[in-house]
Every structure is written in structure tokens, then in C-alpha cells.
Design a protein around this ligand. Structure first.
Ligand code: AR6
Length: 179
């Protein structure tokens, strides 16, 4: 049985098998949750990201895809670096990029399952610096978590603000989810 949780908190403190990072395609760090994860986890995470760039991902990670590293000093075992799309503003381009956002959530959940994680914590991908509307990323995230073919037993959304936490709960209500 898959359980979905929605909590308010700092993802770097999560005691789960894997946490998801809202990264960028360079994998070389940034602000927001990416900056917080690298600060809290220490340089081992960036070293591994650099190794991935030097070997399997010379051109970076495409939007919608995800790769895993160990988690350095974090309580989690793995960090899954997912790349979400930048919000283009409303219109047909947003519909196209929404598929990439769904891929980012789905591929992260799938990779967590592939690693053998029984629990994964996820942030609101693209909803900060990349500007994606909070209500929309919440629906895409919860759809991905319910529809993923394989997933850890626990998928926990860890939201950093009361507003984002409320948006996820409202989306869960609209989708009729028991969270
Ligand atoms: N725990 C949980 N959520 C957090 C935390 C935290 N410690 N810190 C921030 N958030 P963002 P994006 C929330 O901007 O929009 C970086 O520079 C934040 O409030 O981190 O996908 C990357 O390198 C927001 O709701 O990611 C990329 O260049 C959510 O995490 C770019 O930003 C995502 O916000 C990615 O932008």
C-alpha cells in the first residue's frame, strides 16, 4: 500500500531513504532547496554531481529527468536531483511544459523505487525560482504520486511555507485523496 503525506517542513531534515532536490540541468548547485541541500549535506554531494557530469551526463540532466547521488551528511541515504521546467506563463507552452513537470515528479518517484527506497520526501518542484503556480504544481505532484507504477511505500511532500502546504492539501481534497 502506498501512503501519501503532506507536511510543512525543511526537506534537509527528513529521515527518509531518499529526498528529491529541485535541481537545474547543470547539477552544479543553485539557490532555493538545491542550495539548502548542498549546504546541509556538505561537499560530497557536489563531488558526486561533478562525477556524473564528467561521465554519464556530460551535457547535464534534461528537463523532466532525475539522477541520484548519495546524501553526504544528510539523514537520508540518497538525493534524487530532478530538473523541473521554468514556468512560461499561461498558454499552450505551459501545457507542453506541464508534461515535463509531471515527468520530473514521476521519474523521481520511479528512481527512488529503483534504488530500493521505502520512503521518499519531495519538494514542490519548479514552484520557487522557476515560478510555477503553486496550485498547479500541487495537482501535477499528487497525480504523479498516485499514478506512478512503482513507488516507495511512503511518498511525503515536504512543503516549506504554510501557503504551499495549504495548496497541496486543497489539491488533495479536489482529487479526493486521503492524505
Ligand atoms: N525544504 C523544502 N522545500 C524548500 C526548501 C527546503 N529546505 N527550500 C526551499 N523550498 P526552488 P525550483 C521550496 O526555487 O523552482 C535552484 O537555483 C521553495 O519554497 O528551490 O524548481 C536550482 O538550482 C519552493 O516551494 O526550485 C534551479 O536553478 C520549492 O522548494 C532552480 O532553483 C522549489 O523552489 C529550480 O527552481
Amino acid at each position: 500500500m502506498r501512503r501519501i503525506e503532506i507536511v510543512l517542513g525543511d526537506i534537509t531534515r527528513e529521515r527518509v531513504d531518499a529526498i528529491v532536490n529541485a535541481a537545474n540541468s547543470s547539477l552544479l548547485g543553485g539557490g532555493g532547496v538545491d542550495g539548502a541541500i548542498h549546504r546541509a549535506g556538505g561537499p560530497a554531494i557536489l563531488e558526486e554531481c561533478r562525477r556524473l557530469r564528467a561521465t554519464s551526463h556530460p551535457n547535464g540532466v534534461h528537463t523532466g529527468e532525475a539522477v541520484a547521488t548519495r546524501a553526504g551528511r544528510l539523514p537520508a541515504r540518497w538525493v534524487i536531483h530532478a530538473v523541473g521546467p521554468v514556468w512560461p506563463g499561461p498558454g499552450p507552452e505551459a501545457d507542453e511544459r506541464r508534461k515535463l513537470l509531471a515527468n520530473a515528479y514521476r521519474n523521481s518517484i520511479d528512481l527512488a523505487a529503483e534504488l530500493g527506497a521505502t520512503s521518499v520526501a519531495m519538494p514542490a518542484i519548479s514552484a520557487g525560482i522557476y515560478g510555477w503556480p503553486a496550485d498547479d504544481t500541487a495537482v501535477v505532484a499528487l497525480d504523479a504520486a498516485t499514478e506512478a507504477e512503482r513507488a516507495p511505500a511512503l511518498v511525503r511532500f515536504v512543503l516549506f511555507s504554510a501557503r504551499m502546504h495549504d495548496e497541496f492539501h486543497e489539491a488533495a481534497d479536489r482529487l479526493g485523496l486521503d492524505v
